[in-house]
Design a protein around this ligand. Structure first.
Ligand SMILES: Cc1ncc(COP(=O)(O)O)c(C=O)c1O
Length: 368
């Protein structure tokens, strides 16, 4: 259709994983576990649940277009001013907003291979050239390689730390060395969607302790706060940066229920703490089991573990075996890693079910 520009015609639409209900129906299963989308297995914080229920009676009127209460609370929590904070319908929406606000026709975008697919989709939708730099061994961001690739046209660099889908982090030293080489005219999007799972590692660069005028830090309520379906993300940056983003942002996002839920979730750090503890225990359980099964896994600072199964065929076979028996995982072909499978860390019973099936699969298929 000639109305559609080439970069949209060739854009692969985002394919979400199958839902629990779909898989129950398809395979006649009573119990299905979804370890595919890095959601919070503990559910929703009770405080957020109550606040959303209360806010429902007010949805006949528009919410706060500037989300002032939520932004003020985030500013207070992170010791910033409100005009350093933006919120959006998920951090992905803020990425879209950054691209709409700051890029011009002749700009180029730069990131890594094997990083968050949401950025690839938004970058291609912008119609601008996107350069992807190969990762280092261990599926780690090659920050020096990315710095080498910056040209006078580079406008936005996207970094993801911890990285989805590989789980790896770059360290403070690596980030410092990188920032020393980045010109101030280049915008750095630092996506920290999995920040809460990584922040206790002293080598992890907590971006709130850095003050760069060209860096925007993005975080989300979708993971450790358990509000993925509500769609709330937030960003911190220089006030001039935020001022311009606010000119372009759709006025009523996040919606009023999302604002109410996120405000209450910030008061429920006990829930976040339980989430982190469940994740830590699940990570140890998974990685010990994977080692025992002879599966190659990569260290993760997030709420998932990536397996390298060597071939796409083996990934598909493993994925199907688990799926048909009620565990949904995520093959990573769309992320550029056809040989890898990502498994989100769930509740103990979900992790145990997954490992039991993997044991069966390895016994039946891999070691015969
Ligand atoms: C690295 C990364 N960034 C952003 C997002 C999207 O977060 P949100 O739900 O806030 O849009 C995800 C979701 O999986 C992610 O993995």
């Amino acid at each position: 259709m000639s109305l559609v520009p080439h970069h949209i015609q060739t854009l692969e639409p985002y394919k979400a994983g199958r839902s629990i209900d779909d898989i129950k129906q398809l395979y006649g299963l009573k119990e299905v576990y979804k370890l595919a989308s890095n959601e919070n297995p503990l559910g929703i914080s009770p405080l957020a649940h109550a606040a959303i229920a209360q806010a429902i009676s007010g949805v006949n009127v528009y919410g706060d277009p500037l989300a002032l209460k939520l932004r003020a609370k985030l500013a207070e929590r992170f010791n910033l001013k409100i005009d350093n904070v933006i919120v959006g319908a998920g951090s992905e929406s803020i990425i879209g907003n950054i691209l709409r606000t700051f890029i011009c026709d002749t700009d180029e975008l730069l990131t890594s291979e094997s990083t968050f697919i949401g950025f690839y989709v938004l970058a291609q939708a912008s119609g601008l050239p996107l350069k992807k730099i190969n990762m280092l061994d261990g599926y780690r961001f090659n920050l020096q390689g990315i710095a080498d690739a910056i040209t006078p046209r580079t406008k936005v660099v996207y970094l993801c730390n911890p990285n989805n889908p590989t789980g790896a982090i770059f360290t403070r030293d690596e980030f410092d060395a990188f920032m020393a080489r980045v010109p101030e005219r280049v915008i750095i999007i630092l996506d920290e969607a999995y920040f809460e799972y990584a922040s206790s590692d002293l080598t992890y660069p907590d971006s709130m302790s850095y003050r760069y005028d060209n860096v925007i830090t993005l975080r989300t309520f979708s993971k450790s706060f358990g509000l993925a379906g509500l769609r709330v993300g937030y960003g911190f940056a220089h006030h001039k940066f935020i001022e311009n983003l606010l000119k372009v942002k759709l006025p009523f996002e996040p919606n009023s229920l999302a604002q109410a839920g996120a405000l209450a979730a910030l008061d429920d750090m006990e829930f976040v703490q339980r989430t982190i503890e469940n994740n830590r225990a699940g990570y140890t359980f998974f990685t010990e089991a994977f080692t025992e099964l002879g599966l190659r896994w990569y260290p993760s600072w997030a709420n998932f573990v990536m397996l390298d199964l060597e071939t796409e065929a083996r990934v598909n076979e493993t994925f199907e075996f688990l799926l048909q028996r009620g565990v949904i995982t995520r093959p990573l072909k769309a992320f550029g890693l056809p040989q890898c499978l990502r498994i989100s860390i769930g509740l103990p019973k979900e992790n145990e079910a997954c490992v039991e099936l993997l044991e069966k699969f390895v016994g039946e298929k891999l070691h015969v």
